[in-house]
Design a protein around this ligand. Structure first.
Ligand code: PLP
Length: 356
């Protein structure tokens, strides 16, 4: 009994549900913001040859073996900034939270937003402060500024654009938060490839700003690579809690290879933005459906009965994310990842069948 997990694991961990990942076998998979497009076949063969030379008997280069400089060049990271690599940006959220977890430290995020912010606060025993968004998923700036004054959070996470809503907050609001913050401000730009703005230009220049990105949403979810850019003092401190070999050799080599060909990914992101516009235009034709403007590779919608529509699409072989029940502001909301044209056509056809 004394040795059992139920006895020894922290009770708040035992009470948590595991992060839900639906079994997508056989479905058109539009639930997780993956890029539907693969690398062209010639590049895949070349990548196979490159990977066959990787020294898998050796530990990875802990500094990323040139990858940081390549990321800086590809993604316009200012020379003042230093870069940290993570096993996905999920790991970077964990490292930041661990490094800041002093007794009494608070982590602030907005609701609804990316759930890993709140979960990491719980994992690291940091107090969580969730500030609700407005009903249209914009920031309630006066409320945020008042909460910063009251709670003095050690870190504020801002998903820019936001998941699961797709909204990009006003840049002026984010800058106002930067001015008011007494701790680190993390701007999570997981969807930057689909967005019209970025704060990367300020990374390394504004002392307490950290800009975080990932290769996951642009076509490399499987390799797990995220990166953070900030001032040297912040990066060097967070680096101390990083497991030394967190980014494996196959991921490092794959990333180096694809960044040499990163125009391919830029083209795919542009195609997805065009598809997003096409889908949005068609969605506007369904009177029973409300959509929220998106700067990400998904569109969040509100319908009369999200559970029923989610089940109907599943029956039609299409997997999307049901947000209903996850937060009061997401009442009857569904999140639809933008896929390949034929996948989006399948969604639109199923919606037509459902609504008409
Ligand atoms: C998907 C997502 C991430 C996680 O990305 P990984 O690099 O795959 O771990 C981080 N932040 C937001 C807002 C996301 O939507």
């Amino acid at each position: 009994m004394k040795r059992s997990a139920a006895h020894l694991i922290r009770p708040e961990i035992l009470d948590m549900p595991a992060y839900p990942v639906a079994d997508a076998t056989g479905y058109i998979k539009l639930d997780a913001m993956e890029n539907p497009f693969r690398l062209p076949a010639a590049l895949r063969s070349e990548l196979g040859r490159r990977l066959s030379d990787v020294l898998i008997n050796r530990y990875p280069d802990p500094s990323g073996g040139g990858l940081k400089a390549q990321l800086a060049a590809c993604f316009a990271i200012p020379p003042e900034a230093e870069v940290l690599l993570g096993n996905g940006s999920d790991e970077i959220i964990t490292l930041i939270t661990q490094a800041l977890a002093r007794p009494g430290a608070k982590l602030m995020a907005f609701e609804p937003s990316f759930v890993m912010y709140r979960l990491n606060a719980q994992f690291s025993r940091v107090d969580y402060v969730g500030i609700p968004l407005n009903a249209d998923f914009s920031l309630d700036l006066p409320r945020v500024l008042a909460a910063i004054r009251e709670h003095q959070p050690a870190v504020i996470f801002i998903a820019y654009p936001n998941n699961p809503t797709g909204s990009r907050f006003e840049r002026a609001d984010v800058e106002a938060i930067l001015d008011a913050a007494t701790g680190l401000v993390v701007v999570d730009e997981a969807y930057q490839a689909f967005a019209s703005d970025s704060l990367m230009d300020l990374a390394g220049k504004v002392e307490h700003l950290l800009v975080m990105r990932t290769l996951s949403k642009i076509g490399l979810a499987g390799i797990r690579l995220g990166y953070a850019a900030s001032t040297p003092a912040w990066i060097e401190a967070i680096n101390k809690v990083r497991p030394p070999y967190n980014v494996n050799v196959l991921t490092q080599e794959t990333a180096r290879f694809v960044l040499e060909h990163h125009a391919v990914f830029d083209g795919q992101a542009q195609d997805l933005c065009r598809e997003r516009a096409r889908v949005a235009e068609r969605l506007a034709g369904f009177a029973a459906l409300t959509q929220f403007p998106s700067e990400a590779n998904f569109i969040t919608v509100r319908v009369p009965d999200a559970d029923a529509l989610h089940a109907f699409l599943k029956q039609a072989g299409i997997l999307i994310k049901n947000l209903h029940g996850s937060h009061p502001l997401l009442d009857n909301c569904l999140r639809i990842t933008i896929g390949a044209p034929e996948e989006n056509d399948a969604v639109l056809a199923a919606l037509t069948a459902y609504f008409e």
